[in-house]
Design a protein around this ligand. Structure first.
Ligand code: MV4
Length: 444
């Protein structure tokens, strides 16, 4: 059994994990960089260990420092959160070898799904729809050309070791292919240490819809419905919601079944997300994320589950608490990622928060590690709070979103609150008529 959990992360997700541990009667260990001495996760944890200087590479990404902190404090489990080492199979492996329970999937599952070309092959083998494209990576320009001609332009080249939008190149026509192939490969090589790229038919106006899944060590795998994550900018999600206004119960069942099939094929354990592109009534596998995600609260609000507690249960070898049978989403939820950034240019805007007041009232949840007079360090990402609202339907949820954003007070740093408020007044957003292009056309 787990009795002390080391949280290998910072910010709101470190806090979120501490809350789950407290409810389960587990002790917590925070790790922090020199820049995070005054961070809330350090104050809230039972014990804390400084693991290095501000730079992530020397602290939150330092496997040896984190494992040493676990040994010094006698922690018996590690929760990686999201980002940092969450999808590092080597970290999961070392934790396990040191006798620490990694609260997440197996190193093998992380490694397999981290290779996006292999994940695509696995999806195809398990009967999950994929877009037309290459079988595995394309090694030469002429191979890329052959595949592209067969499936028709436009196509997209994606780094096999990439994901989340990094290392992609769109090709409108044959003439673009040579250049795109070369730059995609060299970018992929530099960014991920592998030049492998694969080809896919490019969809012009898809939605990004993902399925939350969960597996336990008894071999049970369940789908917990979808999240609509189409509103993004530069591959950063801005707003997520569940259910998606575009998904019927029939499509939800089909996507859920496809996601479960893939997870069964890889014997997946713990929380995971299967990302799909959805366009013209059809869905296609895009990639799988082997971690708890930023937007998990949206699913929690429509399922009444605590996904972080389920992660810890499953890692302890206990079965999932969800009853067998069909899972129905109840009500509607939306999450707004509030970043310390210029809402127009999106440039990060770290510094001291002079005033901080979070909204409350019916249907409002705020996940944050920020407080008044907190100094946002410049070394990490700029998300300082997640506002999650829920209601009986999408309309009530949006009304609560407008009300909560209007009453959210953050002074001293610029934030994305005004941008979210403007999106909530956009007729296309209100109709649910969106695609991944939404922010390109958005004017305010
Ligand atoms: C695509 C696509 C269109 N067609 N693949 C972006 C994130 C990465 N996971 C894959 N991405 C895309 N892949 C095909 N075959 C369009 C995107 C894409 C996108 C997807 C989801 C949300 C926002 C996006 C913004 C630009 C491109």
């Amino acid at each position: 059994m787990i009795s002390k959990v080391l949280i290998a992360n910072r910010g709101e997700i470190a806090l979120r994990i501490i809350l789950a541990c407290k409810e389960m009667g587990l002790k917590t260990v925070a790790v922090h960089s020199e820049a995070d001495r005054d961070a809330l996760h350090v104050k809230y944890a039972d014990e804390d260990v400084c693991i290095g200087p501000a730079a992530s590479r020397q602290s939150y990404l330092s496997i040896s420092s984190i494992i040493a902190a676990a040994e010094i404090t006698g922690a018996d489990a590690i929760h990686p959160g999201y980002g940092f080492l969450a999808e590092n199979s080597h970290f999961a492996e070392i934790a396990n070898e040191c006798g620490l329970t990694f609260i997440g999937p197996t190193p093998e599952a992380i490694r397999l799904m981290g290779d996006k070309a292999k994940a695509r092959e696995m999806a195809k083998k398990s009967g999950v729809p994929i877009l037309p494209g290459s079988e595995g990576p394309v090694k030469t320009h002429s191979e890329a050309l052959e595949v592209s001609r067969a499936i028709g332009f436009p196509v997209i080249l994606k780094a096999a070791a990439g994901g989340g939008g990094r290392g992609m190149r769109i090709c409108a026509a044959e003439g673009d292919l040579q250049g795109a192939f070369d730059t995609a490969r060299s970018e992929a090589d530099r960014a991920f240490g592998s030049a492998d790229v694969y080809v896919e038919k490019y969809l012009e106006h898809p939605r990004h819809i993902e399925i939350q899944i969960f597996g336990d060590t008894q071999g049970r795998i369940i789908s917990l419905g979808e999240r609509e994550c189409t509103i993004q900018r530069r591959h950063q999600k801005l707003i997520e919601e569940s259910p998606s206004p575009a998904i019927t119960q029939d499509i939800r069942d089909q996507m859920g079944q496809a996601a479960v099939q893939l997870c069964e094929a890889v014997k997946y354990v713990n929380a995971g997300t299967i990302e799909f592109l959805f366009q013209d009534g059809a869905f296609y596998f895009m990639e799988m994320n082997t971690r708890i995600q930023v937007e998990h609260p949206v699913t929690e609000e429509v399922t009444s589950l605590d996904l972080v507690k389920e992660q810890i249960r499953v890692a302890s070898g206990l079965p999932l608490t969800m009853p067998n049978g069909h899972f129905r989403l109840r009500g509607h939820a939306m999450e707004f990622r509030i970043n310390a950034e210029d809402p127009v240019t999106f440039a990060p805007n770290p510094g001291r928060i002079r005033e901080f007041h979070v909204p409350g009232g019916p249907g409002v949840r705020v996940d944050t590690a920020a407080y008044r007079d907190y100094i946002i360090p410049p070394h990490y990402d700029s998300m300082i709070a997640k506002l999650i609202v829920k209601g009986k339907d999408r309309e009530e949820t949006m009304a609560r979103g407008r009300r909560a954003l209007d009453l959210f007070i953050i002074e001293g740093v610029k934030t994305s609150i005004p941008l979210h408020r403007a999106i909530l007044d956009d007729p296309r957003f209100i109709r649910g008529d969106i695609s991944t292009r939404f922010m390109e056309d958005f004017e305010w």
